[in-house]
Design a protein around this ligand. Structure first.
Ligand code: G4P
Length: 297
């Protein structure tokens, strides 16, 4: 299943983002900790090359902690300032002001050398749809949130938000990119709800998810759907078994896969299958490419 999703309004939003990037010192990219590589927009790497970068691994509460830690280390080595967060929980953002200061230190020092004091840091918040960008901004900015309206130089659609005296955030609309090079990226983004469900074959998507879970998280399936799944290593049989258990049976007695798929997808998205990560750090023996090749066999 080759999923692609880049509606026209995103191309326009991307042009605005590129334009407004000239105004900021720092880029804060929000990704989904369940698939950080898939949910990182590769366009950002090309157009924010010369900016300080923070990568927020959001929804860490839904992800496999061990793998999230590996991703955090992986991105730190690549020069990102990273933090695992649950954007709904303000406590998880406590260390962010320090991280922002630290990430902007080079800019502040560069300005000082030129005799310029940096009165406040300007940061752009980026992320693909549904990674929790709005939730993050609301939690971080809280009640003090003050939208400052369209300032000269800021394209319409993007929005400055003052956070105390020291920080100005530029909110941007969630965008994807023109082509997902690898099939797994489309699948992962569909699983985390970043792609419009209307264009997806949910039955096939969930069949893929089950293949992945049978291989990497069999105990999560047993815990959620019962001991009868124990020892079953064929995704289609798991699909059948869950359908039967949940009473998703059509008139003639066949399994109603669409109904079953919706239940499983909903369980995954809401964390009822436990903490699950859909990919591994690139280069690790269990990396993303190997996993999809196996899982899709
Ligand atoms: P976006 O701006 O990037 O598009 O995402 P948004 O903040 O709208 O968040 C998308 C969904 O993800 C929301 O759930 C939100 O509550 C949830 N979410 C955001 N951050 C986290 C997190 O760290 N952990 C978990 N578990 N969930 C998070 P929703 O069901 O679409 O809406 P709602 O019913 O919660 O309002």
């Amino acid at each position: 299943m080759n999923i692609q999703w880049y509606p026209g309004h995103m191309a326009k939003a991307k042009r605005n983002i590129r334009e407004d990037l000239k105004l900021v010192d720092l880029v804060i990219e929000v990704v989904d900790a369940r698939c950080p590589e898939s949910s990182r927009n590769p366009d950002v790497d090309s157009f924010a090359k010369d900016k300080s970068r923070i990568l927020l691994l959001n929804k860490a509460d839904l992800a496999d902690k061990r793998i999230t830690q590996k991703f955090a280390d992986y991105y730190a080595k690549k020069g990102f300032y990273t933090m695992e967060i649950d954007a709904r929980n303000k406590g998880s953002l406590k260390k962010l002001p320090n991280l922002i200061e630290e990430a902007c230190q080079p800019v502040i020092e560069k300005n000082l050398k030129k005799g310029i004091k940096t009165p406040s840091i300007r940061a752009m918040v980026l992320g693909i749809p549904n990674v929790g960008k709005s939730t993050f901004i609301n939690s971080y900015v809280g009640r003090s949130m003050a939208k400052t309206g369209n300032k000269p130089g800021v394209t319409r659609g993007n929005q400055w938000i003052n956070v105390g005296k020291r920080l100005q955030l530029l909110d941007t609309p969630g965008i994807t990119w023109p082509k997902f090079e690898r099939e797994i990226v489309g699948l992962n983004l569909a699983l985390i709800g970043s792609i419009n469900d209307q264009i997806i074959n949910i039955d096939e998507l969930v069949f893929y998810l089950l293949k992945y879970l049978v291989r990497y998280y069999p105990s999560a399936l047993i815990e959620r759907y019962g001991d009868t799944l124990s020892g079953i290593d064929e995704a289609i049989r798991v699909f059948d078994e869950i359908g039967k258990k949940r009473g998703c049976i059509k008139k003639g007695g066949d399994i109603d896969y669409s109904k079953t798929a919706k239940i499983i997808l909903d369980d995954f998205r809401n964390g009822r299958l436990g903490k699950i990560t859909l990919e591994h750090t690139p280069g690790s023996t269990d990396d993303v490419v190997a996993s999809v090749a196996d899982a899709l066999k």
